[in-house]
Design a protein around this ligand. Structure first.
Ligand code: GLP
Length: 240
């Protein structure tokens, strides 16, 4: 069942997300983290809280959702670099407690299986999610099996176009593949916090909440999860 929280705009969505997340920023907790524009406001609030209130991440572990295939971690648009720039470099989390799937290596599928094995040992207490304009979660594009483990995937044309803005608006620079936690992996998280803002998410939000549970909308599987909080701003909620 969904707990849908409607807010005015991106800033309010980030405030609300921080309120939810705060309960999980405690020793021993495992956070599932996400990239994209959506969680940046939340990460800013986590950094501010760490700086002003001394909230510590020393005994917290994190697992990220996904990574582009073929981008070196030094590339500013790698999700590894994104996480360091927006969060890890500004809090006291030990590097060895953070995990971002690797999009580099000889055997990406074997690495993906090893990533799932690590998560199985340290189950995620709360998984943060954004949503793609096509209803994808992490990089699980429409048609992905609901029980999929972490795997290598091709990106949908619409996702490549959406993410073009991060690559000098040059479509030829956008990676075409990614390693992503599978929907099966994501569904094992004990709690899920999904944030959706902006009019370009309105259709995906509608399909996720009101549509059938169908692989055509990957996020619709969340209807089958017991503890999902969805924070939507007015624009993203406009078709509900
Ligand atoms: C990206 C990521 C997702 C993210 C989504 C939305 O491609 N792989 O994890 O939720 O697309 O991104 P944004 O928050 O920038 O709209």
């Amino acid at each position: 069942m969904f707990n849908v929280i409607k807010v005015k705009d991106y800033e309010e969505a980030s405030d609300k997300a921080f309120e939810v997340m705060k309960d999980f920023i405690k020793p021993g907790k495992v956070l599932g983290l996400a990239t994209g524009s959506t969680p940046i406001g939340l990460y800013q609030r986590m950094v501010k809280d760490h700086e002003e209130n001394g909230t510590s991440y020393k005994e917290i572990k994190t697992f990220n959702l996904d990574e582009y295939v073929g981008l070196p971690i030094s590339h500013p648009e790698s999700y590894y670099a994104f996480m360091h720039r927006n969060l890890f470099d500004h809090i006291d989390i030990p590097e060895e407690n953070t995990h971002v799937p690797s999009g580099l290596g000889e055997d990406l599928e074997a690495q993906a299986a090893a990533y799932d094995a690590m998560i199985a040992k340290d189950p995620v207490d709360i998984q943060l999610l954004g949503i793609g304009s096509d209803g994808h979660i992490a990089f699980n594009e429409p048609g992905t099996a609901f029980d999929s483990p972490t795997h290598v995937t091709d990106l949908a044309e619409s996702t490549i176009k959406d993410n073009c803005r991060f690559f000098d608006n040059d479509i030829s620079k956008v990676p075409t593949q990614a390693v992503t936690q599978g929907i099966g992996t994501i569904m094992k998280a004990k709690n899920i916090l999904l944030i959706a803002t902006g009019a370009n998410k309105a259709q995906a939000v509608k399909d996720m909440i009101n549509g059938p549970v169908d692989e055509a909308c990957p996020a619709s599987i969340l209807q089958k999860h017991d503890n999902v909080t969805i924070i939507v701003d007015e624009a993203a909620a406009s078709l509900l």
